[in-house]
Design a protein around this ligand. Structure first.
Ligand SMILES: [Mg+2]
Length: 247
């Protein structure tokens, strides 16, 4: 007699801008670290950091710099924007402190905790997994610091796995770990190019959170099943999906 595996409704939830506010944590981390070093901090300094950081990430994607160069360069640059003496500071060491500080200061999007609580309570046999591209310490730390971890069944971080959304390998690895069929999974996220494309690549049902731009053509192109502007709308979509599928 073979053991029958219980099938759940599996929510694969993106992290940043779906449950947590990445930029709010980044700003807190930067301010705390710069001030601790006796340097100034302002909205202008944070804006300059974001612009320069973005250009460095593009360089990294092109392969013209490595991660360590990115981490060093962004702080060497930002020291030059701050008032105060930074002559003795090591940009790479300060970057390390910044990542740690940021990871201890997760910021929930409004209503996010209530949302995960509600879907567990209102939909029977539902599991919640986080699927996120990013650094392990940063994602795990921010999740734990907000109390979100109490409601999650597991967290899948690209740095741990060695593969990233939207690749089919990433989603196959998640299915392998949760031992559930793809038909039982629904992907929820704000990004077209990682979450919605990932769901399409993996042939999973999808909910596009906070859709923007040319919604109609994006829905067609990525084969999106539901769109939702709020957590209430995600819950409604989940209930509709739940009604249509019994496993
Ligand atoms: Mg996101």
């Amino acid at each position: 007699m073979s053991d029958k595996i219980k099938i759940y409704k599996n929510c694969l939830l993106d992290l940043d801008e779906t449950l947590l506010d990445f930029h709010a944590s980044e700003k807190i981390g930067l301010e705390k670290v710069l001030r601790a070093k006796g340097l100034s901090f302002s909205e202008e300094i944070y804006a300059a950091f974001k612009v320069y950081n973005k250009s460095l990430w593009k360089e990294l994607e092109k392969g013209t710099i490595c991660r360590e160069e990115l981490f060093t360069k962004r702080f060497a640059y930002i020291f030059g924007e701050c008032e105060g003496d930074s002559s003795d500071l090591d940009p790479l060491a300060v970057n390390h402190e910044f990542i740690n500080t940021m990871s201890q200061n997760g910021v929930l999007l409004d209503g996010a905790l209530e949302f995960v609580k509600r879907i567990k309570e209102e939909i029977k046999d539902l599991k919640i997994y986080v699927i996120t591209n990013g650094a392990t310490v940063n994602a795990r730390g921010r999740i734990a610091s907000t109390g979100l971890d109490r409601f999650l069944d597991d967290v899948f971080i690209s740095e741990d796995m060695g593969v990233t959304k939207p690749s089919i390998e990433y989603f196959d690895m998640v299915l392998d770990k949760i031992k559930q069929p793809k038909e039982s999974c629904i992907v929820i996220g704000d990004s077209l190019t990682s979450d919605m494309l990932g769901a399409k690549n993996a042939s999973m049902v999808s909910i596009w959170f906070k859709p923007e731009g040319d919604i109609e053509s994006a829905v067609k192109e990525y084969g999106i099943d539901y769109t939702a502007d709020s957590y209430d709308e995600i819950i409604n979509a989940l209930k509709e999906w739940d009604k249509k599928h019994s496993f």
